[in-house]
Design a protein around this ligand. Structure first.
Ligand SMILES: *Cc1c(COP(=O)(O)O)cnc(C)c1O
Length: 428
């Protein structure tokens, strides 16, 4: 029997609107709080940090939000991304499950991060912002923001977790090639960085610390704003382009997923692929299961507590109601640096509390084994983050085999691992 391998949309079929799940949630998340007063945060209080239009999206309950034409035109550089049936992986697993993956690794920076970077640069430029700051862990977000800023003529300063900066020297070159500046964090450039270095000159840094530095520089520099690559509602909103395309492509394949799986750092690629399908479960009870695959070293959804916590280490961000391991939690130095974040964000946390989202925590050993099987079968070397989604998919496909059940699994391949050869070298 011949099976179709790739399901591809044309450029004119790129979705024209992002999906905002807040409109369909049975329980809206609790509000963000001002960290000083502990009162619900008002939109204007965020406008010193983020572009106005992004703040509006952060607080929006509109179901559909138009994607600006300039952003769609930039999406066309790499979108629509392919939906692929992982026939070779299915065969290797000898499973009755049908496995599909959405391939976000085809973006020029190698991950899904560009979907929101382009939108964030666009709205900042529209407002006349000349400089942006951000943090990056593995370097994927810094790379995406640097090309996005280049397109709109905005200067970018990236604070990169020092340990990753040392382990992944080529990320710096990627960021510089696109015109961005990158510094190993903690730095001497901010008061917070200087304070950390005074206490521990060899500090390897963390995402939470890098966020504190980027936020401090944004609020103390004129005509400058901060950008974040995950966690916040507006970021998750932009990533729904992934699931909206996948929905059309699954229909082309004549299938609908029983299970949707993605790796989970701050929730952006997970929400991006899940929310458009979760919409049908919320509105008409379609019984799809949603699984967030976390590293065992940083399992905020699986083992964290649902409470108000800061988004950064220094406690400068608003308080977010979310599953968290604590804002001063320092995870082990696993290779999936993009998953080493302490909190699960407002939307995913509420949906998990209400029983719509499941999670699992996977040891690094199992994820690399899964990543290599995927590389040997489907040919793509996955990012260490994405190997968590593959490992969870393999678990489900083997369960299906054990139960003799034919089911449809869709996972998101959030990125490729071609700049993560150091991690594979260590594993091999
Ligand atoms: C950043 C990143 C992640 C983790 O971030 P989320 O917001 O949880 O998606 C996962 N995969 C890749 C390839 C990344 O670059």
């Amino acid at each position: 029997m011949k099976t179709t391998k790739k399901f591809q949309l044309s450029e004119s079929e790129i979705p024209q609107r992002w999906y905002n799940i807040v409109a369909d949630m049975p329980n809206r998340p609790k509000p963000l709080l001002n960290p000083q007063t502990r009162e619900p945060l008002q939109p204007h209080e965020m406008e010193g940090l983020f572009a106005k239009d992004l703040v509006e999206q952060e607080f929006s309950a509109e179901r559909w939000i138009d994607i600006p034409e300039e952003v769609i035109n930039l999406y066309k550089i790499y979108r629509p991304t392919p939906l692929v049936r992982a026939t070779a992986l299915e065969k290797a697993l000898d499973t009755p499950a049908k496995i599909f993956f959405k391939n976000e690794s085809v973006s020029p920076v190698g991950s899904h991060k560009l979907n929101t970077a382009l939108a964030q640069a666009y709205y900042n430029n529209k407002q006349g912002i000349k400089k942006l700051t951000t943090e990056t862990g593995a370097g994927q977000w810094g790379s995406a923001m640097s090309i996005a800023c280049q397109y709109f003529g905005i200067d970018l300063v990236v604070f990169m977790v020092k340990r990753s900066f040392e382990q992944k020297p080529y990320r710096k070159i990627v960021i510089n090639s696109y015109g961005g500046q990158v510094h190993p964090s903690p730095t001497n450039l901010t008061e917070y960085g200087r304070k950390v270095l005074a206490q521990d000159p060899d500090c390897g840094g963390s995402l939470g610390m890098a966020i504190s530095e980027a936020v401090e520089m944004a609020v103390t520099t004129p005509n400058t704003r901060y950008t974040l690559g995950s966690v916040l509602n507006h970021v998750l909103l932009h990533q729904t382009i992934i699931g909206l395309e996948a929905e059309k492509q699954m229909a082309m394949a004549g299938e609908y997923p029983d299970k949707v799986i993605a790796c989970f750092g701050g929730g952006s690629n997970f929400s991006g692929i899940s929310f458009p399908f979760l919409r049908h479960r919320l509105t008409d009870g379609t019984p799809t299961e949603f699984i967030a695959a976390e590293p065992a070293a940083c399992p905020k959804l699986t083992h964290g507590k649902l409470e108000y916590d800061f988004g950064d280490t220094a406690g400068m961000t608003p308080l977010i109601p979310m599953y968290t391991l604590g804002h001063d939690f320092q995870p082990e130095q696993i290779h999936a640096a993009g998953l080493r974040y302490h909190g699960g964000g407002q939307l995913v946390s509420q949906l998990k509390a209400d029983g719509y989202i499941n999670s699992c925590a996977i040891e690094q050993e199992e994820t690399f084994k899964a990543g290599l099987l995927f590389a040997k079968t489907e040919g793509i070397i996955p990012a260490p983050e994405s190997t968590h989604a593959i490992a969870a998919t393999i678990r489900e496909a083997l369960k299906a085999k054990e139960n003799g059940k034919s089911e449809v699994i869709l996972f998101n391949l959030s990125g490729h691992g071609l700049l993560d050869m150091g991690a594979y070298e260590n594993y091999l």
